[in-house]
Design a protein around this ligand. Sequence first.
Ligand code: GTP
Ligand code: SPV
Ligand code: MN
Length: 608
Amino acid sequence: MAIHLKPMPVRSRALIDWVNQSARLTKAHKVVWCDGSEHERGRFTDRAVAMDVLLPLNQVLRPGCYLHRSNPNDVARTEERTFICAPSKDDAGPTNNWMAPDSAYQQLGGWFDGAMHNRTMYIVPYVLGPVGSPFAKVGVELTDSLYVVLNMGIMTRMGHAALDLLGESDEFSRGLHSTLDLDPKRRLICHFPQDNTVWSAGSGYGGNALLSKKCFALRIASHLGRKEGWLAEHMLILGVQSPEGQTTYVAAAFPSSCGKTNLAMLRSPASLGGWRIFTVGDDIAWLRVGADGSLWAVNPEAGYFGVAPGTSEGSNPNAIAMVQRDTIFTNVALTSDRDVWWEGLGFECPEGTVDWQGRPWSSSSGRPAAHPNSRFTAPMRNNPAISPNAEAPVGVPISAIIFGGRRASTVPLVYESFDWPHGVYLGATMGSETTAAATGTVGVVRRDPMAMLPFCGYNMGDYFTHWHMMGRKLKRPPRVFMVNWFRKDRDGSFLWPGYGENLRVLKWIVDRVRGRVDARETPIGLLPKVGDMELSRLDIPNDQVREALAVKPHEWRAELDLQEKFFASIGETLPPELEVQLETVRTGIEAGRLLFGDDLWNLASRTS
Ligand code: GTP
Ligand code: SPV
Ligand code: MN
């Protein structure tokens, strides 16, 4: 029988029973309840260092910072090994992998049997959402990974707070996680929405293992949101403050590794000094209709698990300041003075640096020093741009929703939808090039509706219907926009400088929301008039901005064909409304082509 170290009162019978049952299944050598205190964190960190799970970084340069190197076969989410184990395949829908619940429990149960016989099982109770918020939910993760425990301590409100909130209730998300032996053949991430349960085996990395994040706050929560009438989305939340001091809140859904953390923490370039961005969240938003008929959002998380490569003093100075202390780095390079380095940090790699696997590295090695999906885990309180409302129990009212993918062509820098149903269509048809955040080929355009393709815990067609229903409940729906920071010219260079300069696009969005500018109507949506965008002291010619904003019918013909194919793949749960939207755009594009040739720049009105 396992030894239970229980430093605090646990009043939920259901929690105690489930812990005992899981300890019996895994034959855990020892069971440790995590209280979430600083003292405990210190002990766990020392233990992780002793076990080589963490390498201490230079404590003068980076106090409280550590490096973790994951197994080279375990460096990103594995979508092909992620399953929604709902009672029927139709509940999971055509975009999810499905396994029957019984066989998933059986297969994983076999793997978990005895998996912790010589390991400690940590019990990690956590709260998602600000404590005291009506949005807040309790989860508990049982894990044999100290790295997971230490990350959960940053990413969530862990320990006492969760047990207090839970009280005697049996209502909490149950996550059982074991790294097993990190054999990719014994790696599965299985979700049982009907049981509020996730079983994850064989991986220690990010979204596969920090079960609070993609597994609960998105896949399980999206299922709960559908039942209870709210939304769990892969969205950042930020406040844009105008020079007059007026703040407008927006939520933005970009696929993994497509710029959420960067936009959420944006520091104004000197040329736009009067404007400021405040971060509420960088990855996940829970959204509800408030009594006032607006959409209100909270960030369920308490920290950021951000992409390291590309983060520099120039691109994201707030992130650079944030990771100066209390940060766990995963799979970045290590310099000879025990500091971190990655591609795009903004300066040459110092001599004597070893790569993310600890091998000697130089710029002629022909491989990256940091893994392309290397990450930092940092507490949100370290973010210099944190919003004063980041912990507001009611959340913040959302005036605009922004969708955005990584598209080398076709999709303009920014445009606005005509109304909510058209906005749902924009989100539903979003495409994006795949990135290193998931295993598999990088750079292939795939449909990623609302940036939720890998994270929607139920049938995608039903999800679209849920978005339509939410719109009907909103008396003051947010405006919906599409952005694309990643459009390229013929030579393959980005047309738009991105990063801090994206504030210029946010400013146009705020101006639209506040009714300060009008727009050009095109078949795909409402585009900015170049004169309405703040382009002063921008380092690129206006023609390049026009190119970034162009609507090219031949590109849209191909795009609409891809959208149609995607809709066909959804099958009968697809709301017919979406097909009507698509046909309206197609008619407009074809008519515009006849009238104006291949450049719709001058197209004045929407043809339908
Ligand atoms: P996840 O944490 O995986 O959900 O990613 P994310 O959406 O938060 O993306 P993040 O902000 O971490 O950016 C991912 C990559 O895109 C980084 O390498 C950034 O440097 C790069 N990136 C972010 N914003 C821009 C931009 O405006 N332009 C360009 N060209 N690259 C950008
Ligand atoms: C993503 O892939 O969207 C992430 C990183 O935010 S992970 O936690 O691995 O899901
Ligand atoms: Mn993400």
